[in-house]
Structure formats: C-alpha cells, structure tokens
Design a protein around this ligand. Structure first.
Ligand code: C5P
Length: 232
C-alpha cells in the first residue's frame, strides 16, 4: 500500500517547504492541503457574498497541484512549491494574498467545505488508509495541513506535528515574503486561534503524532529528521 506521511501544525510552521523537500527526497507525491482551502476561499471572494450550497460549490471546483521534480544530489533547482490550478486557471500567486489569508480560516470552518475537500484529499493520497492507487503512481505521499493525521489519513505510517514559536514563524515568513513583522505575527496567531477553535476537525496534534519544535532548527535538519523517521 501507499506510504502516507501526515505533517500538521500551525500557520507558517514550515510545513509546506519541509513537506515538499521530504516528498522530493523520497520520490513521494507532495500534497498541500492548505492550497485547496485557499482556492475555495479565493473562488468565494471573487464571486461575492450570495448564499451557497457549500458542498456543491466546493465539490464542483476542479483543483490540481503540479508534481514537483524529485530531489537528487545536493543542488536545489526545481520549484519548492507546486503550481496550483483552480478550474484550469493558475492561481498559485492569487491564493497567497492578505485577503485570502484573512478569510481562509472562516471558510475552512464550514463543515460542508471540509466534507467536500476531505473526499478530494483522500482521492489524491491513496484513500483513507493508503490502499487506493495515488494519481501519478507514487509509492508514498506527504500531505501537510491541519487535520491530516487526525482526520484525513488516520492510519498514516508517520504523523508529524511541526511547531515553532509564533515570533520565529513570523520572522521566517518576513524573510521569505517581506511585510511587517508584528502584523504578520498577529495574523498568524489569529488564524491559529480560529483553526483550533472550529467545531469540525480543529487544528490539534493527533494522539500518535510526533511533535517537532523547529524554533531552533534549520530547514535542512527538519527535513533530514523527517526523512529519517520515514526510512526507519
Ligand atoms: O497551510 P495554509 O496556511 O496554506 O492553510 C490555510 C488555511 O487553510 C489554514 O489556516 C486553515 O484554516 C485551513 N486548513 C485546514 N485544514 C487543512 C489545511 C488548511 O483547515 N488540512
């Protein structure tokens, strides 16, 4: 069956970049579940505010993540993030704006949105327990998000809960993309509080997840640690 690795944690904990590097090192598929919630949020913001059947709205949205090239040797060449396509449009940049950041947690708290995306997440990652084939024929998947170990892949062979101090997370985000440190820290803390407070599959460490505090770790060390756990 398919090896499932779940990486969960708060906003800007380094999940996406570490998960992508782990997947590329192992030749697994990398699946960014946050991107799916961001797409639904973007589509909703563009369309205005009329009421919606959220399940149909979400289920009818075509969502695709491009494959990342395998990482061999030491030279980093390929993109570290997949490109994201929503209904055929490249929305890679459009899903990472401040407007999407500030609305995504509310949209992600809608039960019908979660149910519809749960089906898509499992279809991309080998089913609930890794017994279905993964598109692209990969031997394993690394999916990052908030509820992967707790809900999406409850039987995942490896569950990692990545954390880091809020200030450290904000500093990393500013180094990557610029912006005001205090404002970014506030935004992250607020989003985490909303993600932890929602009724359906809130952000939390799964009981059988291993917690890794990356506050004082370089990304290379985090990636090597997780790759080591997969190989053990
Ligand atoms: O990981 P990222 O910051 O892109 O996720 C954006 C938002 O999507 C999160 O703040 C959370 O509200 C939602 N999300 C979620 N469940 C996941 C992944 C993301 O609710 N598995």
């Amino acid at each position: 069956s398919v090896f499932q690795c779940a990486i969960d944690g708060p906003a800007a904990s380094g999940k996406s970049s570490c998960a992508a590097a782990v997947a590329r090192t192992l030749g697994f598929a990398y699946l960014d579940s946050g991107a799916l919630f961001r797409c639904v949020t973007l589509k909703h913001l563009r369309r205005g505010t009329e009421s919606t059947d959220w399940h149909d709205f979400t289920a009818a949205t075509d969502l695709r993540l491009t494959a990342l090239p395998p990482l061999t040797g030491t030279t980093e060449t390929g993109p570290v993030r997949p490109r994201v396509f929503m209904d055929g449009e490249d929305v890679t940049a459009a899903i990472r704006t401040p407007a999407v950041n500030s609305h995504v947690s509310a949209i992600a708290a809608i039960p019908d949105v979660r149910t519809a995306l749960l089906a898509k997440k499992r279809a991309l990652g080998g089913g609930i327990d890794g017994t279905l084939p993964v598109p692209g024929g990969y031997a394993g998947v690394v999916m990052d998000g908030r509820d992967i170990g707790s809900t999406v892949f409850p039987h995942a062979q490896l569950k990692v809960y990545l954390t880091a101090a809020a200030r450290v997370r904000a500093e990393r985000r500013v180094r990557e993309a610029g912006g005001d440190l205090d404002l970014i820290e506030q935004e992250l803390v607020k989003r985490d509080a909303l993600d932890m407070a929602r009724a359906v599959s809130p952000l939390r460490k799964a009981d059988d997840a291993v917690e890794l505090d990356t506050s004082a770790m370089a990304q290379d060390e985090v990636v090597a640690t997780i790759v080591g756990w997969v190989r053990d």
